[in-house]
Design a protein around this ligand. Structure first.
Ligand SMILES: [Zn+2]
Length: 392
């Protein structure tokens, strides 16, 4: 049976890769395809949209023949992928290429491979009497700050549906992940006034303000280290801050009117993220902005939020983690250092675990791939889930 489902998985994955669902782009064609597949299998669906209706989250439910009121299990994946520059790839990133028991293509591993597995297994759920419903949640724009998931979660709350567990199929080599740090990403834009370097009074250097702002961030970074003396499960055991890119200016003899700073925080708890935001915003507002605006009304400092992904906290006893251990036969639990939608599902009161096919090392890379073996391991887990729901 698994061979047949596996060949169906490969077909579906090839189709999914063809939809160019780079974050920010429309994913409606992909959602239409998934919705049709699930509804053909007997699922009932509803969708939530972004403001311009160019992107959708799909939430579909298979109740089985029993129409049971038991709490169900969510299989969750994001439909967007990070950008791909065709010229860097061995072949077209949006056409699946099979070689050496691997499927290459943008999103193969993060995370259309998991979505393909869930779609391929769906008919199996329908053909059985389920004791609890199975739900499929496919979201938009996870990679750019989890923009889609909050909409679907708000909708589920309105519909008053509760769940026993959520499995998020991000690439973890099919290992259970029960916690990760938050991930906050920002670009701060500085606007000064250009002028000739020989006359410093004629301009306002945006770069010099970016430096003062950077120094404050580094000061706050030291505070972060001190704030978390207690041992945590994360490594490193404190919240981190990094300035990753600084751009601005045109040459030594021109006062720079523009500068931007790209930086991130990986907080081990919500408070650390708020500590940084509150302090740097107050520093900009009270100290830097009044100075940069003096004699230069256009002067300004603006912090743009690229994404604020909430952390995923370890649950003392986790129904979702126990479920995965039962399904995969692997009792190990790990933490990881990249952000996912897990914290959002958890904050909605749903026991959550991250476990999916493929390695994070292949995600976001040129010539991204997923191995046949990982897809098969995921299918085995899903088939075990079906058996389990049938016999709960
Ligand atoms: Zn992902």
């Amino acid at each position: 049976m698994i061979d047949q489902i596996f060949s169906e998985t490969l077909k579906i994955l090839s189709t999914l890769i063809k939809f160019q669902t780079t974050s920010g782009n429309s994913n409606l064609e992909l959602i239409k395809y998934c919705e049709k597949k699930l509804e053909d299998a007997g699922a009932k669906s509803f969708k939530t949209f972004n403001e311009s209706k160019s992107q959708a989250n799909l939430f579909s439910t298979i109740r089985g023949k029993n129409n049971s009121n038991e709490k169900g299990i969510i299989l969750s994946g994001h439909t967007d992928v990070v950008p791909a520059v065709s010229s860097e790839w061995t072949s077209d990133p949006f056409i699946a290429r099979k070689k050496d028991n691997k499927v290459y293509g943008r999103g193969a591993c993060d995370m259309k491979g998991f979505i393909a597995c869930t779609l391929a297994v769906a008919p199996l759920f329908v053909s059985k009497k389920l004791k609890a419903p199975i739900h499929f949640s496919y979201t938009f724009d996870e990679e750019t700050g989890c923009l889609g998931a909050p909409l679907v979660l708000a909708d589920l709350k309105k519909r008053n549906i509760s769940f026993s567990a959520c499995i998020i199929g991000e690439p973890t080599n099919m290992k259970a992940i029960n916690a990760h740090k938050g991930y906050n990403e920002y670009i701060t834009h500085f606007t000064g006034l250009s002028g000739h370097a020989s006359n410093p009074e004629s301009g306002v250097s945006a770069i010099e303000y970016a430096i003062q702002y950077s120094n404050k961030l580094l000061e706050l970074r030291d505070e972060l280290k001190k704030r978390n003396s207690k041992k945590t499960i994360f490594s490193p055991s404190y919240s981190t801050l990094q300035i990753g890119k600084i751009s601005g200016g045109i040459g030594a003899n021109v006062i720079a009117d523009q500068c931007s700073l790209e930086w991130e925080v990986r907080p081990i708890n919500k408070e650390d993220g708020e500590f940084i935001s509150n302090n740097i915003d107050a520093f900009a507002k009270d100290i830097l902005i009044p100075k940069i605006k003096k004699n230069n009304p256009k002067g300004n400092i603006k912090k743009e939020i690229i994404g604020e992904v909430v952390g995923f906290n370890k649950e003392e006893t986790s129904e979702a983690v126990n479920l995965i251990s039962n399904l995969t036969g692997d009792n190990s639990k790990n933490t990881m250092s990249f952000g996912t939608e897990a914290g959002l599902f958890q904050n909605s009161g749903i026991s959550t675990v991250i476990c999916g096919p493929g390695s994070i090392e292949q995600a976001h890379t040129v010539d991204e791939y997923i191995s046949y073996d990982q897809l098969k391991q995921c299918l085995k887990m899903l088939i075990n889930l079906q058996k389990r729901i049938e016999s709960i």
